[in-house]
Design a protein around this ligand. Structure first.
Ligand SMILES: O=P(O)(O)OC[C@H]1O[C@](O)(CO)[C@@H](O)[C@@H]1O
Length: 391
């Protein structure tokens, strides 16, 4: 008998996935209408999408859509004609963003083609005083030992997933509101042992999550690993089109690198390192179509599998990538991380703050302590994080 736990659906009223589909998605449509002066055609299409995803059923992509075949492969026929909440949650969320961009004219020729509806919010975050503070904190890293710097930059990237003041060691080391340790799993020792100084690690793949205040510390970590000789080359995987509101695209990488290059102090040196690495090929930006797929990584296509097989380690950032890495299922939290990622074509690490119910790889005492202190809220509050590695 197959005892794989069920895929998470959005069909239970009151559940977090149901709320995302029925409340958050309509709010995102409103946010897009408010942020960009779209014309009557785009506004009518956004209204139609709002009606469809709250009161209607999943509709197909328009005839002639460039990626119709791809969405056929990604299972659209199984869900068209059904309420959005009946589809796997991951599938419905991914398809929502594809349809949102359709409504704004992102994929069709005309003035709105290629315009990111979330860019105003992304730029505001990049230009915020909080980003200034985080970049200024980089000046303090010079006083640390190399190992302490490794840790600070790793934790900056980790907690950046919460868009937090991640460089501050005190914050990273703080306690969650209930007093339980912020890290529910910490395999950072295994991660560092995969990346010894001396450029013996030929290739790091980092599968990014959000732009702005998460992407900046991800880029700082990459710059640091290149400078420290812990990796010879890095590939940064981002989304080919705007996705899940704040997910990073190639344009967002350029905005972040430019922000670093214009900053004072140590931040600028990191920006210079990144600029040099991009221009000499030590850092490559990749936007594979599968990065926006509504599917777990277990179903990745052969070309991506071959690419990730060549990495010394692949680091996946964030909650959504974690869901896709382990499968968006109701795993018992003590299910071994190494079991659920055994299919991955090479060593893999997850850096994630906990923002959805999926979790694996915890020891029973940790689960008991978290549940005693916080009931189930530790799974979704973003107060906890993990570093999990399968070597
Ligand atoms: O930015 P992250 O860390 O991937 O988080 C995105 C998260 O947003 C949600 O989809 C809710 O919209 C989470 O459950 C999801 O995993």
């Amino acid at each position: 008998m197959d005892d794989t736990p069920p895929v998470i659906l959005g069909d239970a009223p009151g559940s977090f996935p149901h709320t995302v589909l029925t409340e958050r998605h309509p709010a995102i449509i409103e946010q897009v209408r408010a942020a960009v002066p779209y014309g009557p055609g785009q506004r009518a299409a956004l209204d139609a999408l709002l009606h469809e995803c709250t009161k209607g059923v999943v509709e197909p992509l328009p005839d002639g859509a460039h990626d119709r075949n791809r969405w056929q492969d990604w299972g659209i026929a199984d869900h068209t004609g059904q309420p959005w909440t009946d589809a796997p949650w991951l599938w419905a969320e991914s398809y929502f963003y594809r349809r949102l961009l359709e409504a704004t004219g992102y994929f069709t020729s005309g003035a709105w083609q290629g315009i990111d509806p979330f860019r105003p919010a992304k730029l505001a975050e990049l230009d915020s005083p909080e980003t200034d503070e985080e970049l200024a904190a980089l000046d303090d890293l010079a006083a640390l030992s190399p190992d302490e710097r490794d840790r600070a930059l790793l934790h900056g990237s980790l907690w950046g997933n919460r868009a937090d003041l991640g460089f501050r060691l005190s914050t990273a080391d703080g306690t969650s509101p209930s007093g339980t340790p912020p890290l529910v799993a910490d395999d950072s020792g295994a991660l560092w042992s995969l990346l010894p100084p001396g450029r013996t690690a030929p290739l790091l793949c980092l599968i990014a999550d959000n732009a702005g205040r998460e992407l900046v510390p991800d880029l700082l970590l990459i710059a640091h690993l290149l400078d420290r000789g812990r990796v010879a080359r890095a590939v940064l995987h981002v989304k080919p089109y705007p996705y899940f509101v704040s997910d990073a695209t190639p344009a967002d990488v350029l905005d972040a690198v430019r922000r670093l290059g214009q900053a004072p102090g140590a931040a600028r040196a990191y920006g210079d390192t990144l600029w040099a690495a991009l221009t000499d090929g030590r850092l490559t930006i990749r936007a594979h179509p599968f990065s926006c797929a509504p599917l777990p990584y277990e179903e990745m296509p052969d070309d991506l599998r071959a690419e990730l097989a060549g990495a010394t380690v692949t680091i996946l950032k964030g909650d959504l990538n974690y869901r896709r890495l382990v499968g968006d299922r109701r795993w018992p939290p003590t299910t071994p991380f190494s079991d659920v990622t055994a299919y991955f074509p090479g060593p893999v690490a997850a850096l994630r703050t906990l923002k959805s119910e999926v979790i694996t790889g915890l020891d029973p005492d940790t689960v008991a302590a978290l549940t005693a202190a916080e009931q189930e809220s530790w799974r979704t509050s973003g107060s906890h994080a993990l570093i999990q590695v399968r070597g």
